[in-house]
Design a protein around this ligand. Structure first.
Ligand code: ZN
Ligand code: ZN
Length: 151
């Protein structure tokens, strides 16, 4: 005799929509001015210290308008008006960065600037000045060292 099949229902966690949560919008009915993080980035913007203001519901939830979307495929929506431009380093910041790198890459004895950081703490100079190991001319800029910008 066949054993009675165990009834096993897939448990579906359902949360009714409520005002306590962030407003939710379906993909087609998303109001203007609300964009996802990726859309912000494409415009060169960042959330500007503001959290998401709404939820973009996942595709499956389009057919369950009275349920809250709690699925990982939902997306956070940000307010474009609160967004700020992404920070990019200024030329002055880049110059100070270059100065810091120059200090670590320039040999105090021969004044060559290498493309790598020198063991200044242990040897105090480049290898060539330390024990005569000839340095590859393609690994340094002969003095006076020019400034290298990161970008
Ligand atoms: Zn959903
Ligand atoms: Zn040197």
């Amino acid at each position: 005799m066949p054993r009675p099949r165990k009834k096993r229902r897939r448990e579906v966690k359902r949360v009714p929509r409520s005002d306590a949560m962030l407003p939710e919008f379906d993909r087609r009915a998303c109001p203007e001015g609300l964009v996802t993080r990726r859309q912000l980035r494409e415009e060169g913007l960042s959330p500007g210290g503001h959290g998401p203001v709404a939820v973009l519901r996942c595709k499956a939830c389009t057919f369950l308008p009275d349920q809250a979307c709690i699925h990982p495929t939902r997306a956070w929506l940000y307010n474009v008006d609160l967004a700020r431009p992404k920070r990019t380093p200024t030329l002055a910041q880049e110059h100070s960065l270059d100065r810091a790198m120059a200090a670590r890459q320039t040999c105090p004895q021969c004044r060559r600037r290498y493309y790598f950081c020198l063991p200044l703490k242990t040897l105090g100079s480049c290898l060539e000045c330390h024990d005569g190991t000839p340095a590859d001319p393609s690994t340094y800029i002969a003095p006076p060292a020019k400034h290298l910008l990161a970008a």
